[in-house]
Design a protein around this ligand. Sequence first.
Ligand SMILES: C[S@@+](CC[C@H](N)C(=O)[O-])C[C@H]1O[C@@H](n2cnc3c(N)ncnc32)[C@H](O)[C@@H]1O
Ligand code: SF4
Length: 397
Amino acid sequence: MNAIANRAPVSPPISSDDPGFALYVHWPFCLAKCPYCDFNSHVRSAPIDETRFINAYRAEIRHRAQIAPGRVVRSIFFGGGTPSLMKPQTVQAVIDAVAEAWTIADDAEVTLEANPTSVEAGRFRGYRAAGVNRLSVGVQALNDADLRALGRKHSADEALAALDIAATIFRRYSFDLIYARPGQSLIAWRAELGEALKRGSEHLSLYQLTIEPDTIFERLWRAGKLRLPDPDLARSLFDATQEIAEAYAMPAYEVSNHARSGAESRHNLVYWRYGEYAGVGPGAHGRLLTPTGRRAQSTEKHPEMWLTQVEADGHGLIENDLLSAEEQGDEFLLMGLRLREGVDPKRFEALSGRPLDKRQIKTLALEGFVVEDETGRLRVTPLGAPLLDSVVADLAA
Ligand SMILES: C[S@@+](CC[C@H](N)C(=O)[O-])C[C@H]1O[C@@H](n2cnc3c(N)ncnc32)[C@H](O)[C@@H]1O
Ligand code: SF4
C-alpha cells in the first residue's frame, strides 16, 4: 500500500508557535566512514537484515504513538548514515507503519537523505513510489580532488548526474556542500558555489567544515597534517556564501540552510521552531509533549544493540526525561536563534516561566549582535551569527 496516496485529507495550520509534529527515522549504515563525519554511522561487511529493521521501526513507531497519540504528521525524515542504502520496500514499510500509528497530513513532506553514487541514484524512482517526495543529496564538493580528500565514494560527475535524476523524479530536492575545506581558496569556493546555485534547486545546505572529536580529520589536524582556512579566510568564505546565495535568491533562513521563499525544509523547521517530534532508529532523538510535560528522548546508538533492545522491550529508548522549564527555555533559544526569523520572546516566557532579561538584550543589541524587530521578535545579526552559542548563553543566563 502506498500510505501517502491513502493519507487523510488533513492539513493543519503551521506557524512558528505551532510548527507541528514530525518523525525522524535513523538509518545507521554507510558504505564507508568519511574521515570528517561523527554522525551515528557504521560500516558492515555482511548484508543488513532489513526485515529485522522494519519490525523494529514498526515497534518503535507504535511505542511513540502510545506516548503521543492522535498526532497529524507533517514531516517524515529518513536520515543517516546513508538511507539511500535502504531498499525502497523498507522505506515503504516504515511510511505504512506511520500511517497506521498516526494521521499523515495531506501535504506532508517526506524527505530521504541520499548519497550520489550511480547505484543509489538507481533507487530514486523506487523511493518516490514508496511515498518520498523530497530528496536531500550529499554532494559535498564539485571537484574530484576535494571529493577524494573528503573520502567520498563518488565523483563530481556522478554527483551531478544524481542531481539530474533527482530533478526529474522529485519536485523538491536539496543538496549539501561542505566549504572551508583544507586548502580551499576564496576564489575557488566562489566559483564552485556559483556552479551549484546555477543548478536551480530550491534548497541548499552549505556547511562550514567542522573538526569533530574522534574523527580521522581531528587526528590529522592535531598532528598538523590538515591545513584549514585561518579565521579570517573562514569569515570571508562565510560572507561570500551569504552574498552569492542572496544574489541567486537563496538567502539563508538558518545558519547553514538556504532556500527559495516557501521551499524551506519543513522538517528542520519543526526542530528549530521547537516543535514536537518523535525519533526512531538507533541514536534518534525526540521531543514529545506528554501530559506530564515535554520529554527529551534518545535511543541506543549501536545498531545491533538497538535491535536487541527493541525486540526485548518494544522500544530502544535509553533517555526519556522530563525537561524543566529552564531547560525548555534554553533549548528554545538555542534552536530558534539559528533562524533568520528569530524567536518570539513571549514563547520563551511561556516555556521557561520567566521573561528574557531586557538589560541583557539591550547590551547585546548595542554590541550589534541581536536586533528586536517592530513585532518584538528577537534575531541574531550577521555579526552575531558566528558567536551564536555565546549570545544564547548571555540571553539564557
Ligand atoms: C548525515 S550527513 C550525510 C548524509 C549522507 N550520508 C551523505 O554523506 O551525503 C548530513 C550532512 O552533514 C554534513 N556534515 C557531516 N559532517 C560534517 C562536518 N564535520 N563538517 C561539516 N559538515 C558536515 C554533510 O554535508 C552531510 O551531507
Ligand atoms: S558523511 Fe554521510 S556517508 Fe559519510 S560517514 Fe557520514 S553519514 Fe556516512
